[in-house]
Design a protein around this ligand. Structure first.
Ligand code: HEM
Length: 338
């Protein structure tokens, strides 16, 4: 393992366009996926070299189940299937997903071309279970009309928040990514006063200033997603949420994507949002937002993508598969589940 492995493009700036592809891998398709990993950088060059101003990047994430099916040896310490969150009134489901592509660029067409090439390369080894084309909206706002991403960490703080370090040395330079697709009831949201919407988010709508302590409700999104430890340390994640939608289907959504060095951080945020802090004091955004997918992936360093861990041997494959957690893939096929 080289010293100081470089991360994939998790720290690259937010872009105008993105394609989010979630795939499942058929039994027997593991070797095809393992063979693809060292080729991804070359496919990015094939598309991106001709388009130097596009900032094209592709991040690959690997789910817990696929990791165990594909590789031998140590596994990333924090990797497990997405844990569904069941609150009194809200539910964050865990849905199928073995492999994840986060493709970003200025415009959509390079993202589309890159995703197409990777998908072609994987052939019958995979099914695309979810595909979202994200777009930049006015002033970096989400479809709820609020600027989204303001409090993301930057520079060294961002690297510290998202990159695995000495705590898991075999996987240093890697990261974890949590994804959730949310659908919004825009009619119900827009029927609320601007003040009520600002209280739900915790920031002012027009100028994006955070509400002061006296005005900030304890069940605003911002109040519930700010995690400050007793010693004053703030636990952060790096988000690259994107709006998406379909006029024909009346579908208006936010694709939530959060990178973290430790999945415990976004998981705690989710629990606070869905179960409440204290219990029952849930995120007001969830009154108009329904999570329809939920996945967690490990994002290897570039060195590990170029030289993946050894393939799982036939002997290891004959052993019983590791036990799954209760929340693992608890719901049926996602296709058509809207
Ligand atoms: C319906 C989906 C979501 C929408 C529309 C949304 C929107 C927003 C907006 C508008 C802000 C305020 C501006 C900013 O700092 O970015 C924000 C902040 C934040 N959100 Fe979300 N978000 C969603 C889901 C989530 C989820 C699932 C998590 C965590 C698991 C999360 C974590 C955060 C964090 C950490 C902040 C910054 C809080 C602060 O330090 O002020 N968000 N979000």
């Amino acid at each position: 393992m080289p010293v100081d492995p470089q991360p994939q493009a998790v720290l690259s700036p937010l872009t105008e366009s993105a394609v989010f592809l979630t795939l499942t891998v058929a039994d027997g398709g593991e070797q095809t996926v393992r063979d693809l990993l060292p080729e991804v950088a070359g496919i990015v060059r094939s598309v991106g070299f001709r388009l130097p101003d596009e900032g094209l990047t592709c991040i690959v994430g690997i789910g817990s189940d696929l990791w165990d099916r594909t590789f031998d040896g140590p596994r990333p310490a924090g990797l497990h299937p997405f844990r569904e969150v069941v609150g009194g009134r809200h539910h964050a489901p865990s849905t199928p997903g073995d492999l994840f592509l986060h493709v970003r660029a200025l415009r959509l067409y390079p993202c589309f071309e890159l995703a197409r090439l990777v998908r072609d390369r994987l052939g019958a080894a995979v099914d695309v279970i979810d595909e979202v084309h994200g777009f930049r909206y006015f002033d970096r706002r989400d479809l709820l009309g609020f600027v989204d991403g303001t409090e993301n960490p930057t520079g060294d703080d961002a690297a510290a928040a998202v990159l695995i370090g000495a705590e898991d040395p075999d996987f240093a330079g890697g990261s974890y990514v949590m994804t959730q697709k949310y659908l919004h009831d825009l009619g119900a949201w827009q029927a609320q006063s601007v003040e009520a919407r600002e209280h739900a988010v915790g920031r002012r709508m027009l100028d994006d200033v955070e509400l002061d302590e006296q005005t900030q409700p304890s069940d605003s999104h911002v109040a519930l997603t700010q995690i400050v430890e007793e010693d004053g340390t703030e636990r952060e994640i790096l988000r690259d949420n994107m709006p998406f939608g379909s006029i024909a289907r009346g579908e208006y959504g936010t694709y939530f994507i959060g990178y973290a060095a430790d999945p415990d951080v976004p998981e705690r945020m989710l629990t606070r949002m869905f179960v409440g802090e204290p219990v029952g004091n849930t995120d007001r955004l969830l009154e108009v937002s329904t999570a329809v997918t939920g996945n967690l992936f490990f994002v290897p360093s570039t060195a590990m993508l170029d030289d993946p861990p050894p393939a799982r041997t036939a002997a290891a494959a004959a052993e019983p598969a590791p036990a799954r957690s209760a929340g693992d893939l608890g719901i049926g096929a996602l296709r058509g589940a809207r």
